[in-house]
Write a protein that binds this ligand. Structure first.
Ligand code: HEM
Length: 242
């Protein structure tokens, strides 16, 4: 029994758990208590570091999904896209943890951030980068199957795998949008929305970036489908609001 407790993996740490996860190093990546500019700073660091890790994990799965789409293995691509999307739920919810920091306390923390800006977040940049490449290979496959997006949605049962990929990409785009939305609200709560009408204030930058969609065509195809359905209903004399 004692034998089973003794670590067998190489590295630092009293147990294999600590050695495998490298908890010594991981838990030394935050400021020491005496270095904190405010007691809330540990939460600030933990939320940011956790989000970076989760975004790294999600971007890794998106890259794998990218390669599977190229190989036309849509079922496994869908599985990994689902996993990535599930992972992204957490950076979104973690933003709400930071809503508990009050503006005066935040400015004490901010004094130690140097020129640090979320625009340089490696995790978020990796998601944007991989997300763009994913779109390209997805549209290539739609093209290869000689379909329009409208066809893909109409014949979804026939092209189940590719349609599933389309819907998971839409989930991903929605999560990126939700991250940006809740992040904008967080910034507005903590540092304020900035002077109305002045271009280039940090929070306005966030507003502008909210407009960005990775897969605009996938959102737009809904408009076409609704327009067609409405025209069809009109032709048949069915009253409709939309
Ligand atoms: C107190 C909390 C936070 C405040 C006040 C805040 C504020 C800001 C501001 C003002 C910007 C605009 C660019 C700039 O001026 O630097 C920005 C960008 C950004 N921040 Fe934060 N942020 C906070 C927390 C977070 C967290 C927890 C993350 C998670 C990693 C994050 C990720 C980002 C990203 C990815 C951008 C670029 C957004 C985009 O491209 O749309 N921020 N943040």
């Amino acid at each position: 029994m004692d034998d089973l407790k003794r670590p067998i993996l190489p590295g630092k740490g009293a147990s294999d758990y600590e050695r495998y996860l490298r908890t010594d190093e991981l838990l030394a990546l935050q400021k020491q208590r005496e270095e904190l500019l405010h007691q809330d700073e540990l939460t600030f660091q933990v939320v940011h570091q956790s989000s970076e890790l989760l975004m790294k994990g999600a971007a890794f799965e998106l890259e794998r999904a990218h390669d599977l789409i190229v190989e036309s293995d849509f079922a496994n691509a869908g599985r990994l896209l689902r996993r990535a999307n599930q992972m992204l739920e957490y950076p979104i919810s973690l933003l709400h943890v930071l809503e508990t920091i009050t503006p005066y306390d935040y400015h004490l923390i901010r004094a130690g951030l140097g020129h640090g800006s979320g625009l340089d977040s490696p995790g978020f940049l990796a998601l944007l980068h991989t997300g763009t490449s994913l779109g390209k290979v997805f549209y290539e496959q739609v093209h290869r199957a000689q379909l329009t997006l409208d066809d893909l949605y109409r014949r979804h049962a026939e092209f189940f795998g590719l349609h599933d990929v389309a819907e998971r990409l839409l989930d991903f785009d929605e999560r990126m949008h939700l991250f940006r939305f809740h992040h904008l609200k967080l910034a507005q709560r903590i540092i304020g929305g900035g002077v109305v009408g002045t271009m280039g204030t940090p929070v306005e930058v966030l507003h502008q970036r909210m407009e960005h969609l990775l897969y605009k065509e996938l959102w737009d195809v809904r408009n076409q489908i609704t327009a067609k359905a409405s025209a069809d209903m009109k032709e048949r004399g069915v009253p409709s609001q939309y």
